[in-house]
Ligand binder design. Structure first.
Ligand code: NAP
Length: 312
């Protein structure tokens, strides 16, 4: 049975995340009307071709008129511009949320522009791929994944409950967190791994003794997995680095110290230290599988998406 949760939903930004939300809203019948806004006519036209909503406008200001829920899904660096554009046309009593990968910065960019009679509840679904644009989205992206909400002081409990019900409807598990804490947690579980991937692939690209064709030809699974992360959207990740600077630098400092420890252990042939670390990290992988955050099949379950591949 379909349950309408909001009469009108405005989606500002219709890339991987926005279009996945749009597909779920449509499939689950969560709104009577969905209006989509993207700054470029090209993206908007593609959203229309994919029938992701009912109405399509380039103006975010126009999109939020009468919307009961507004979801902002643009690179985090564009948050303030969007907040300024929508501030005067937001419906009193409506909810505004976002999906940005950093939270303290999004709050400081948006909160000052959101009228007092509008409920601003920042959020971050921990789901995605390295692809971008409206074609990259798919129905069910958020199923079984966490969505972290970082409510600001004085958030209306009813509005918060409504937003939780929305994410639950998409199949997400919902948690609440302080924005600064969110940024630290995400710095280690998401931002640092991407930065390391960008760095290692960059290093391979810069090597003079190994040709680029060899890097590609002999790419073993370790390097291949890094290239998937390093293929992530440059705009999004530039903004994540610039807007979660402190937490990322803190984690990078820790990482560099630990890397020096590893480097020394390799140099001095301290096999016991290496073995102890590798045993500890293997246990983390097992815990992630036990928590249902990944599947225990070869190639990280990648073949599960290939209908021709043998099933595990
Ligand atoms: P995306 O596929 O690249 O789509 C970005 C959307 O934002 C497009 O509609 C684009 O419009 C618009 N946009 C880009 N730059 C803009 C600007 N300067 N001003 C206004 N609009 C702009 O991005 P995405 O992967 O959906 O990411 C959207 C947000 O979700 C980001 O904040 C990201 O941190 C967060 N997030 C991403 C993932 C992930 O895995 N990708 C996961 C969780 C959260 P045009 O195409 O018309 O230019």
């Amino acid at each position: 049975m379909k349950t309408v949760l909001f009469n009108k939903i405005a989606l500002i930004g219709i890339g991987l995340i926005g279009s996945s939300i749009a597909r779920d809203i449509k499939a689950l019948g969560l709104a009577n009307e969905v209006i989509i806004s993207s700054r470029s006519r090209e993206t908007l036209r593609r959203a229309e071709q994919l029938k992701l909503g009912h109405t399509y406008v380039t103006s975010a200001t126009e999109a939020v008129v009468d919307a009961d829920l507004t979801i902002v899904s643009v690179p985090v660096g564009a948050s303030e511009t969007i907040a300024k554009q929508i501030s005067e046309t937001l419906k009193p009593g409506s909810i505004v949320t976002d999906v940005g990968s950093t939270k303290a910065s999004v709050i400081s960019q948006m909160l000052p522009h959101i009228p007092a009679d509008v409920h601003f509840i920042p959020g971050h679904p921990l789901a995605g791929t390295e692809k971008s644009g409206p074609d990259a989205g798919f129905e069910g992206l958020f199923k079984g994944r966490w969505c972290i909400l970082t409510p600001v002081e004085g958030t209306d409990p009813d509005a918060l409950s409504k937003l939780k019900v929305f994410w639950w409807a998409l199949g997400s598990k919902v948690d609440e967190m302080d924005p600064e804490h969110h940024d630290k947690v995400l710095a280690i579980v998401s931002h640092l791994p991407h930065i390391i991937a960008y760095n290692i692939v960059g290093t391979a690209d810069d090597l003079e003794t190994v040709t680029e064709s060899e890097v590609i030809k002999y790419s073993a699974s370790g390097f291949r997995d890094f290239t998937r992360l390093a293929a992530s959207d440059p705009t999004m990740w530039r903004d994540v680095c610039l807007h979660n600077k402190d937490a990322i630098l803190e984690m990078l400092a820790r990482f560099s110290e630990d890397l020096a420890y590893l480097q020394r252990a390799i140099r001095w042939g301290e096999g016991d230290k290496l073995f102890e670390l590798f045993t500890r990290t293997r246990a983390i992988r097992h815990s992630i599988i036990e928590a249902g955050q990944d599947v225990n099949v070869p190639d990280f379950g990648r073949h599960a998406f290939d209908p021709k591949a043998p099933k595990a």
